[in-house]
Structures are given as structure tokens and as C-alpha cells.
Design a protein around this ligand. Structure first.
Ligand code: V47
Length: 358
């Protein structure tokens, strides 16, 4: 009881919590956590909830890496390899713009045969055709893969990304930073240190990015807190993260067997705890594709202020069961947010407000 009151008093006073305190937050009841997280959210954004009109593009599923949780990569349970041509990628971007997208979110597998020019050329061509379209592209895992396979330093890779029209970086590839868990679920891919270093360097150029956490598989609560605190530490240094995105693990068509999946309560607690711990990352995104739209709407009462976007089509997480094979219509998104008691705000990729649906 004493500890519980101390913890709540610290949060009320706006004091920072550490690893053990973060773990202790999970012991609080859900509604107390919701109240604490909501207070922080409301002080920052009132009842506003952000989203954007975007299009995910996943140009290749051929991958040299083997992540147990991945159902997208070809040559494992999914034998159907594909690599889109620049013309095909451009046509998707074209269609997205016609449908009102302001951002393309481009994430690929680590294709050893495609070549650096295939990756970067697509961004350059999209930018040439649509200068106002925001290109959010290349996870730190892809940056590491392209740097290593082309004998480039991270700085050189980042020069090339900027030169090719990449505006911001998505938060993928972070998974779980704990080295033991990481080794088990995605050995051989970008390390935690490398992931953080790439984002550090990107931020040092005055650029912004997001950070994800894949949870609900074999990690413990302590691992989630450790993950968040490593991000908080980097954010203290650079200030370049816009949003933290907890991704709920999807279980279909992959090789990561999990005994117990997180309950809705555990997922909502994780959002609330992220809101409380990550006092320096402005936005908390409840990514509806992996949490389900119902839980994402509820997460607004547990600290989340952003529901990501209309997506249109996404292939990585939907391969494992997420509801993002088809996106969400703008009208539907707006009315779902409104009906849940929040004010939908269409934002751009850097969180400038574009349309407030009062
Ligand atoms: O890094 C792969 C994840 C990520 C599964 O920055 C899975 O705004 C759940 O990074 N279950 C890519 N997740 C997606 C991503 C993202 C998504 C939305 C918004 C943003 C942003 C970034 O997808 C990968 C990996 O962690 N993933 N397999 C799975 N079975």
C-alpha cells in the first residue's frame, strides 16, 4: 500500500520513474493506470486524437534475415517471393496521392539481390513525381542491412537517404532491445545498439523518426520497461523521436510459438505505462492494425493520442494476422474517433495539424 501510494505521488509530481518502478506500475489496477495516463495525455492534447492519411508500401518480401516472428518474409512459410519494379512502386504512390495520401510509409525486407539503387531510386522517383508527398522510409534494420552489404558507414548511408528524398524514418526493427530475447527472436539482424545508433545519427541531422516495440511474445514485463527506458535515454540526448508505437505481436504463419498471449488488460496497461514512463516522447501511437481498432479506440483512455493512419494496404503484419491487408476509409476513421468521444485531428507526418474534425 505504502509503495503504491509513493508511486502514484511520484507520478502526480511529474517525477521520473526507473526500471523497478516501471515494473511496479504493472501491479497497479488498470483503472488507476488509465487515470494516471489520461491525465498526462489530456494535459498535452486535451481530447484531440491524431491520425494521418497514408499508404504503406512493402516493395519486396525477399529477406536474408530470419526473424521467428515474421510471416512476411518469403522462402519460409510463404514461398511467394516478389520484388516490385520502380514503375510498380511509383504507380502505388500515384494512386495513394489520388486518394488523398500525404505520406508513403515504405518498408521492405532485406533483399540481397535488389541492390542499393533499387532501394534508394524508388524514393528519388517518388519525390521527383510528388515533391509534397512525405516519404517515411527505411527502418534502422534496413539501414543497417544496406550499410553492411554495400560497405558503407551509417553516416554515408544517411547522406544517401537524405539525398534520395527520405523525409523521416519509421520505427520498425526495434523489436525488443534485451539482447537475450533479441537473439532468440531475430538473431543476426540489426543489434539494439546499432538500432539506437542509427536513430541517433539520423536525429543529429535534424531529422525525425519513430520507435516501435514488438510485445506480447516471449518477453517479460521487465524487458518492455527496459526497452522503453533505453528509448527515453536516447530521446534525452537527441529529442528526435515523434512517437512510440507498441506493436502487439500477431501469431499466424510464423515460427515464434507463444504460450500465453497478452490480454486486452495487459495491452492497455502497456500503453498507459508507456505514456507515464516516456515523458519526453510526445506521441503514443495505438497502431490499430495490430491492436484491433476496438482496442486502439479504448487506448485513447489509457494515454494513446495517435491512431496511425488509413494505411490503404499493408503486407508485413497482415501476413501474420493483422487487420491491415485493407486500410480504413477516412470517413469511417473520423466517425469512429468522434463516436468514441475524442476529436479527430488529421496531422501530417511531423504532427502539424491539418484538419480538426470538431
Ligand atoms: O519492425 C513483424 C513488426 C514492424 C510482426 O513508424 C510484426 O509510424 C506484429 O515498423 N506481429 C514493421 N508485428 C512495421 C512498423 C511500423 C508500423 C506502423 C507504424 C510505424 C511508424 C512503423 O512490423 C517490424 C516488426 O516489428 N512485425 N512481424 C508480427 N508477427
Amino acid at each position: 500500500m505504502h509503495e503504491r501510494n509513493e508511486l502514484i505521488a511520484k507520478i502526480d509530481a511529474g517525477e521520473r520513474l526507473g526500471q523497478k518502478e516501471g515494473e511496479a506500475l504493472y501491479e497497479l489496477d488498470l483503472l488507476t493506470l488509465g487515470r494516471l495516463a489520461s491525465r498526462i495525455r489530456e494535459a498535452k492534447y486535451g481530447r484531440k486524437s491524431y491520425f494521418n492519411v497514408n499508404r504503406h508500401i512493402n516493395p519486396t518480401n525477399v529477406c536474408k534475415d530470419i526473424c521467428k516472428f515474421c510471416a512476411y518474409s518469403a522462402s519460409r512459410k510463404n514461398p511467394n517471393q516478389y520484388t516490385l519494379s520502380h514503375e510498380e512502386i511509383l504507380a502505388i504512390a500515384e494512386e495513394a496521392v489520388t486518394k488523398g495520401a500525404r505520406e508513403v510509409h515504405i518498408v521492405s525486407a532485406h533483399n540481397p539481390d535488389a541492390g542499393l539503387d533499387w532501394y534508394l531510386g524508388a524514393f528519388r522517383k517518388i519525390k521527383e513525381a510528388h515533391p509534397a508527398l512525405h516519404v517515411k522510409a527505411l527502418t534502422a534494420a534496413e539501414v543497417n542491412f544496406l550499410a553492411e552489404s554495400n560497405g558503407l558507414s551509417y553516416d554515408e548511408m544517411i547522406d544517401l537517404m537524405i539525398d534520395s528524398g527520405v523525409d523521416s524514418m519509421p520505427g520498425g526493427g526495434a523489436e525488443i532491445f534485451d539482447e537475450k530475447v533479441r537473439d532468440y527472436i531475430c538473431k543476426g539482424k540489426v543489434s539494439s545498439e546499432q538500432w539506437l545508433q542509427i536513430h541517433r545519427k539520423w536525429h543529429e541531422r535534424g531529422r525525425q523518426s519513430n520507435a516501435t516495440m514488438l510485445f506480447g511474445h516471449v518477453e517479460s514485463r521487465a524487458h518492455r520497461i527496459d526497452h522503453m527506458l533505453r528509448l527515453r535515454e536516447l530521446q534525452d540526448e537527441t529529442g528526435g523521436f515523434n512517437a512510440f508505437i507498441p506493436l502487439v505481436y500477431q501469431r499466424e504463419n510464423n515460427f515464434l510459438r507463444v504460450e500465453e498471449f497478452p490480454t486486452a488488460q495487459e495491452i492497455l496497461k502497456t500503453y498507459a505505462i508507456a505514456r507515464i514512463l516516456l515523458d519526453n516522447i510526445p506521441h503514443l501511437k495505438a497502431y490499430w492494425a495490430t491492436s484491433t481498432i476496438g482496442l486502439a479506440l479504448l487506448a485513447q483512455e489509457f494515454g494513446a493520442d495517435d491512431l496511425d493512419g488509413t494505411i490503404q494496404k499493408e503486407s508485413i503484419q497482415s501476413a501474420a494476422g493483422a487487420a491491415s491487408a485493407r486500410g480504413m476509409e477516412l470517413d469511417e476513421f473520423v466517425s469512429l474517433i468522434k463516436n468514441s468521444g475524442f476529436i479527430p485531428v488529421e496531422r501530417d507526418s511531423l504532427y502539424n495539424e491539418l484538419v480538426v474534425y470538431e
